[in-house]
Design a protein around this ligand. Structure first.
Ligand SMILES: NC(=O)c1ccc[n+]([C@@H]2O[C@H](COP(=O)([O-])OP(=O)(O)OC[C@H]3O[C@@H](n4cnc5c(N)ncnc54)[C@H](OP(=O)(O)O)[C@@H]3O)[C@@H](O)[C@H]2O)c1
Length: 275
């Protein structure tokens, strides 16, 4: 391992709430690496200049969060196929002043399920995705990559769900939000990608009665860790996966790109981020 000091960051606005500095600093320390990871507040109007400053200051890469995940694409010199398909970049590597963009959200989502429910088989049946916002893109594309045979997307604004069917119109169907309860019948996987259930937001109202006993219920909201949806799913004896693992796992590929080590998600890190 070289001793070069590696500077990395996350950019967004607002950025004070970001858990990324905690996660990356923990890994830097764990692997005894010489480097830093800071949160940089970059406003919408200042993205181009903010990124130019990052390059000038010798950073090796940065994560991108709300509201820049789409607008950063116009500034990147190269975007890989995955991020192009998803339509968003959350990880940028800088080499010789050039910006290379990718997206690790889908990896984080899938890896979390694989680690949390090791017996789960994505190919066994249909997935129901609640929500069609920014996070849903990466989740839906990752589900297709894992061989999910059929995906039903239900969203308050149906047009947004309809747009996402373009990933694979034969396998993906957009469903009216009012029908979200009934569509759970025969579901293998049920995922909340809406912001409902997040602290300060109303809970997701959904009747889980139609969900089969083997269904896995995953929430990508992680604050609180046990959302109302997950608490009710547990009460119905359904398998559940919380959202914190997605946040932690999506950070791993970026850390590896910049520091040359693929770090692990441990219980210690999970506790650190949750407290
Ligand atoms: N675990 C992780 O690593 C991770 C990663 C990314 C995001 N997240 C979490 O996932 C959630 C969504 O993030 P995002 O970036 O996709 O947000 P977003 O782009 O703002 O999308 C929000 C989604 O929630 C729906 N929604 C909001 N209020 C609603 C309401 N009252 N009734 C019905 N639907 C409602 C929206 O429906 P409309 O389209 O109709 O507005 C949309 O589908 C956030 O809580 C975020 O913290 C977690």
């Amino acid at each position: 391992m070289s001793n070069a000091f590696i500077k990395t960051a996350v950019i967004g606005h607002p950025i004070g709430h970001s858990k990324s500095p905690l996660i990356h600093s923990h890994w830097l320390e764990k692997h005894e690496l010489s480097g830093s990871y800071e949160a940089i507040d970059v406003s919408v109007d200042n993205l181009k200049q903010g990124v130019a400053d990052i390059i000038k200051n010798g950073f090796s890469g940065f994560n991108v969060t709300i509201p820049h995940k789409i607008s950063i694409m116009a500034i990147c010199d190269e975007i890989d196929g995955l991020a192009t398909t998803i339509g968003a970049v959350n990880t940028v590597t800088i080499k010789n002043g050039m910006l290379y963009g990718t997206n690790t959200d889908g990896f984080g989502f899938v890896e979390n399920i694989k680690r949390s429910a090791s017996d789960f088989d994505f190919t066994k049946g249909k997935a129901v995705v609640l929500g069609a916002g920014g996070a849903a893109n990466a989740v839906i594309y990752a589900l297709l990559q894992e061989g999910v045979p059929e995906i039903f997307i239900t969203n308050r604004t149906k047009e947004k769900a309809q747009k996402l069917t373009a990933f694979n119109p034969e396998k993906i169907k957009a469903i009216d939000w009012a029908l979200r309860h009934d569509v759970l019948e025969h579901a293998n996987l049920i995922i909340n990608t809406t912001s409902l259930g997040m602290a300060g937001n109303p809970p997701l109202e959904i009747n889980l009665r139609a969900a089969p006993a083997h269904a896995l219920v995953a929430d990508i909201v992680y604050a609180p860790l046990m959302t109302d949806l997950l608490t009710r799913a547990k009460a119905c004896k359904l398998h559940t996966v919380t959202g914190i693992g997605m946040l932690l796992h999506q950070a791993r590929p970026g850390f590896e790109l910049w520091n040359g080590v693929l770090p692990e998600v441990t219980e210690e890190l999970e506790q650190l981020v949750l407290t």
